[in-house]
Design a protein around this ligand. Structure first.
Ligand code: SF4
Length: 488
């Protein structure tokens, strides 16, 4: 972590000024948290390109829209999953997750416990205002019993749960609680959380005057901040020597009544984070070569190189579409695995309807000798369709001059559609060589491998052999090769 900077902060250097004015309500505690985060980053002297913010959905998650760093505003409850992937791929980055009590504890609760369990090296700030603010003040998992929300006008009857206890129980190696009413202490906690190696969980008690305050007659921002102060006991220096706090400090500190909340660092331990464990495992299993690899002996399968099959270099985008149960996703997966086995980069994305049989299904594969920046494509270079629905949906995405492969018995093509068209008897071929339509996906795979040159034939056959789709290598290869043979 970088050295501490004491120079005065000009917040504007860290903000996307073109996004101002922000949308937070007057008096919202989240603005206080935003400034505390920026002060912590400033103190640590981190550069803009070293920090990534990841958020989910909700008022708190809107913070990432205003900070001029690399940011990911992701789907509801999922910021920790995106952040985990990012941190494992780019361990040198400081990754800060901003989530709310609804985002991080309700829909995203599962991801929170597993990020903590894995001890992913992330700093997770969970802004807890005890309510869903963005959607109109509904009760959240942290709404205290008896408090009114838009869905509990008579007062919540469910017990709230304690986010810090949850994080500790799940295995977080740093657990702390701060509050917007004490912003300077909050700065310190954020700094400590960012300096900790492992999963740092910091719950920040924030306020939503617009809904929680209004529904419960708690006043506006200033009154709610005052209330926070009167309900919190700071652990402060009392705990500096402890690595574990029984009950997270909720015991009465001086023999009197326990406060509603305790704040400060509640738990800290050193244990290897997930990235370190993976790096260790990778180092242990990496092949050690003291001599150049010998040439393959006669009869041995030679290793593959990307150029063996011809094309890529730049990204080649291939979409396969059909019906659920046809094995479209499997065909895409085999194509991507063959590309990777041949030394190329590849991504595979899939989608299908809720039906396990009969609904629409698609797979998208991008293959390149260079980097692939995004796993989905608006346009495709090759389209393989086994159903009329797939054709109708996706033919407009095909680039002019792209390759179109259709099952000719399912998709009657008109003349002059403007693509390199290949109407092939895909299902009929599967029926002919296997005695069943199951296997049309492998016939289609063979056809697109032969037509596109996206992967070497040998790599595709190895992928098929490794996965044994349908349970029989021999039958799977027979279908794949029959598809290859359809290509002139
Ligand atoms: S609704 Fe509540 S949480 Fe959302 S911006 Fe307004 S005060 Fe803040």
């Amino acid at each position: 972590m970088s050295t501490v900077v004491t120079a005065p902060i000009d917040y504007r250097q860290y903000l996307r000024l073109d996004m101002m004015p922000h949308i937070l309500c007057p008096g919202c505690g989240h603005g206080i948290v935003l400034k505390a985060i920026l002060r912590a980053i400033h103190r640590l002297g981190l550069r803009r390109e070293e920090v990534v913010f990841v958020s989910g959905i909700g008022c708190s998650s809107r913070i990432v829209g205003y900070v001029d760093f690399c940011t990911l505003h992701t789907t509801h409850g999922r910021p920790l999953t995106f952040a985990t992937g990012l941190k494992l791929a780019r361990p040198e980055l400081t990754v800060i997750v901003i989530t709310g009590d609804g985002d991080g504890l309700a829909i995203g609760g599962n991801h929170l416990i597993h990020a903590a369990r894995r001890n992913v090296d992330l700093t997770c700030l969970l802004l807890n205002n005890a309510v869903y603010g963005m959607t109109g003040g509904q009760g959240a998992p942290t709404t205290p019993e008896g408090m009114r929300t838009s869905i509990t006008p008579g007062g919540a009857i469910e017990p709230a749960f304690d986010a810090c206890r949850l994080a500790l129980g799940a295995g977080a190696s740093f657990v702390a609680r701060g509050l917007t009413a004490q912003p300077l202490q909050l700065d310190d906690l954020i700094v400590q959380a960012m300096q900790h190696r492992g999963f740092s969980f910091l719950e920040v008690l924030s306020d939503c005057p617009e809904f929680f305050g209004r529904y419960n007659d708690l006043g506006r921002g200033p009154e709610m901040l005052q209330a926070q102060r009167s309900h919190v006991e700071w652990l402060g220096a009392r705990l500096t020597d402890k690595s574990f706090v029984p009950g997270l400090g909720l015991e009465a500190p001086h023999g009197g009544a326990a406060p509603a909340f305790t704040a400060g660092v509640l738990h800290r331990e050193d244990r290897p984070d997930l990235g370190a464990l993976l790096a260790e495992r990778a180092a242990a299993s990496a092949p050690r070569r003291s001599r150049p690899e010998p040439a393959p002996a006669a009869g041995e399968t030679p290793s593959l190189s990307p150029g063996d099959g011809a094309p890529p270099t730049g990204p080649m985008r291939i979409r396969l579409a059909g019906a659920g149960g046809q094995g479209i996703v499997m065909a895409g997966l085999l194509l991507a695995e063959a590309a990777v086995a041949a030394g190329r980069n590849a991504t595979h994305a899939q989608a299908y309807g809720p039906e396990s049989r009969g609904g629409a299904s698609k797979a998208e594969v991008i293959i390149s000798d260079g980097e692939i920046e995004f796993p989905c494509a608006d346009r495709v270079d090759a389209l393989v369709v086994l159903t009329q629905e797939g054709y109708d949906r996706y033919v407009s995405l095909l680039e002019p001059g792209g390759t179109l492969v259709v099952d000719r018995d399912q998709v009657p093509l008109e003349e002059g559609v403007g693509f390199a068209c290949h109407a092939l008897p895909i299902t009929a071929t599967a029926q002919r060589v296997l005695g069943t339509a199951m296997g049309a996906n492998l016939v289609a795979l063979g056809a697109i491998v032969g037509l596109s040159g996206a992967v070497p034939v040998e790599a595709a056959e190895r992928a098929v052999t490794a996965r044994r789709p349908g349970g029989s290598v021999e039958r799977a290869l027979r279908a794949f090769r029959a598809g290859l043979a359809l290509v002139p």
